[in-house]
Design a protein around this ligand. Structure first.
Ligand SMILES: Cc1cc2nc3c(=O)[nH]c(=O)nc-3n(C[C@H](O)[C@H](O)[C@H](O)COP(=O)(O)OP(=O)(O)OC[C@H]3O[C@@H](n4cnc5c(N)ncnc54)[C@H](O)[C@@H]3O)c2cc1C
Length: 527
């Protein structure tokens, strides 16, 4: 993973010339004043941990698995939001952990937590490092240091219960490794977020991720049937039946807890047979409203493809719906929907049902071309972000969800807010996940970088967060809360809701060492 950008540097994407022209002519983008910092120029704070703590941590996980060299610290600094990347490009390593600790077992995680609690050291659980909500930055105030707890060594497929279709897997597995291991058993999870190449199973559970094929396979939290969690107070083992009326479901307390309540050390996950057939197709609708109505009807009538998404007019025009084919913007293209089918003999009949509903609601069938192009480019957009940042544009994404009846209001509220804060940015949107009752909206924003691009985006983000909650949407459908959404999340769940979360944290983590500042504000801290 590129330390200051996204992904494999060998896959870096050049900006197509029409896009470069559009940036300059329409958005007034100019090359940034300074050059991006080199790796060696990143400013890191001195290691704050005492030799005693380092010795004790080495005693727990072994000397090779406690690292405090610059390389390890820089690669565990923050996540991969646009402000995160802009700060790294500016050489700002101020949020770097003091050390990176790599435990090899659940017991080692418990022992690391005990050591850190005893010495008041903050612990940031670290999966793939792809958080886009500030989920990997700990408040230092009141702590003797910060440790990134990298779960990469917990990377086994422990067992497959073929009869129940449940796989026990460790949290440090990256999604491609997990899929490869399951493929050996003819199985799949079916979880394909855009961060697929780098994100881990533990991160998916901790941040309640949702993949591009969620219409068919479900969200990641739907897949978790059980889990083991290490907390400073001991072990939680949750989920012993497919369904249960034995009180509130404590798995739901850990799902989405973003490392603030405990460290997930094992997951029992529902798996599916690996599909024999994959077909992705395109449909065109006259407008976003017409396409939304068709998606709603499909999901409410139970004619649901595995992948179902709809780009608005702007996203369709720019071509971001198919990142592998971005070129000259084409006006009047309507709105592109992608329907993907992953399955077996049921696929042809489902395609026919979908076609009947979609064409009955004004959809025009575009064949497999746009669908295959989307499938081919589905992981490439983040590579384009690096080139846009280098060219002087700020590009960032944000997401929300709402009920169908409120979706148009939410869509307009987000667009208006972004236009009010950023002048005339390019705002693109697609419906990324659908439910019987509503859908999520995923926005991509492009604007010219101001002199202080981080401050520029943070101000816009504060306004748009407020617009989302005021318009009745959730502050996050799948990115999580982290630090960036904490205030808006508190508004969404109310004072009593925050109190409940804080109470749970206090019980599981009395010293408050786990990811301080993420999800819930530290009680007496200002940060
Ligand atoms: C380019 C890009 C595209 C993305 N696309 C999507 C998408 O399509 N869908 C989507 O849902 N998200 C997406 N994301 C967001 C991100 O990938 C998800 O939030 C993902 O779940 C994070 O996984 P990770 O392994 O990288 O976790 P990290 O970023 O390492 O951690 C995320 C949070 O979980 C905590 N955590 C990590 N592991 C554990 C553990 N084992 N136990 C307890 N806490 C833990 C961390 O402390 C942190 O607060 C995208 C991000 C990027 C940068």
């Amino acid at each position: 993973m590129l330390w200051s950008g996204w992904g494999d540097p060998a896959k870096a994407a050049d900006l197509p010339e029409p896009i470069r022209k559009l940036l300059h002519e329409v958005l007034g983008v100019r090359p940034p004043r300074g050059r991006a910092a080199d790796f060696g120029e990143v400013r890191l704070p001195a290691v704050a941990l005492s030799p005693l703590v380092l010795t004790e941590l080495r005693g727990v996980v072994g000397a090779d698995h406690v690292r405090f060299d610059d390389d390890a610290r820089i690669r565990h600094t923050r996540g991969k939001s646009t402000p995160d990347l802009l700060r790294m490009r500016a050489g700002d390593g101020s949020d770097a952990p003091d050390a990176v600790v790599l435990p090899g077992s659940h017991e080692e995680v418990l022992a690391v937590l005990a050591t850190c609690a005893a010495h008041r050291v903050a612990v940031v659980p670290f999966g793939g490092g792809t958080s886009v909500v500030g989920g990997l930055v700990a408040s230092r105030q009141g702590f003797a240091g910060v440790v990134a707890l990298d779960l990469a060594r917990l990377n086994r497929l422990v067992a497959v219960d073929r009869e129940s279709m449940v796989a026990e897997m460790e949290p440090g597995l990256r999604a491609p490794q997990a899929e490869q291991l399951l493929a050996g058993h003819g199985l799949t999870l079916g979880h394909f977020p855009q961060s697929f190449e780098y994100a881990t199973l533990g991160g998916f559970a901790a941040a309640r991720s949702s993949g591009q094929a969620s219409a068919g396979y479900g969200r990641f939290d739907d897949m978790v049937v059980g889990m083991t969690v290490a907390t400073p107070r001991g072990t939680l083992d949750l989920g012993r039946a497919p369904a249960s009326a034995a009180g509130p479901d404590l798995r739901q307390v850990i799902l989405g807890s973003e490392g603030a309540f405990g460290v997930i050390t094992s997951l029992r996950l529902r798996v599916r047979p690996a599909p024999a057939e994959r077909v992705y197709e395109g449909w065109r609708f006259e407008s976003f409203a017409a396409g939304s109505a068709a998606l709603r009807r499909l999901v409410q009538e139970g004619a649901v493809p595995t992948v179902l998404r709809l780009s608005d007019e702007t996203e369709t025009m720019i071509g971001l719906a198919r990142p592998s084919e971005i070129g000259a913007p084409s006006a009047g293209a309507g709105c592109l929907a992608i329907a993907g089918y992953e399955g077996f003999s049921e696929v042809p009949a489902l395609r026919e049902r979908v076609a009947a509903v979609a064409s009955g609601l004004g959809g025009v069938y575009l064949g497999p071309g746009p669908g295959e192009s989307w499938a081919h480019g589905r992981y490439s957009a983040p590579y384009l972000r690096d080139s846009l940042l280098a060219a002087g544009a700020t590009v960032e994404t944000l997401e929300t969800a709402g009920f169908w009846s409120n979706l148009p209001r939410l869509y307009e509220a987000v667009r208006l807010s972004l236009h009010a804060s950023l002048g005339s940015p390019l705002v693109m949107c697609h419906i990324s996940h659908v439910y019987g009752t509503g859908a999520s909206l995923y926005f991509t924003v492009v604007t010219a970088q101001a002199d202080d691009p981080v401050g520029q985006w943070e101000a816009a983000k504060r306004s748009v967060n407020e617009a989302i909650v005021t318009a009745g949407g959730t502050i996050s459908h799948h990115h999580g809360v982290g630090r960036d959404h904490r205030e808006a999340h508190a508004f969404e769940i109310g004072d009593l809701g925050v109190e409940i979360l804080r109470g749970i944290k206090d019980r599981l983590d009395p010293g408050g060492i786990l990811n301080p500042g993420v999800l819930v504000a530290p009680e007496k801290s200002v940060s």
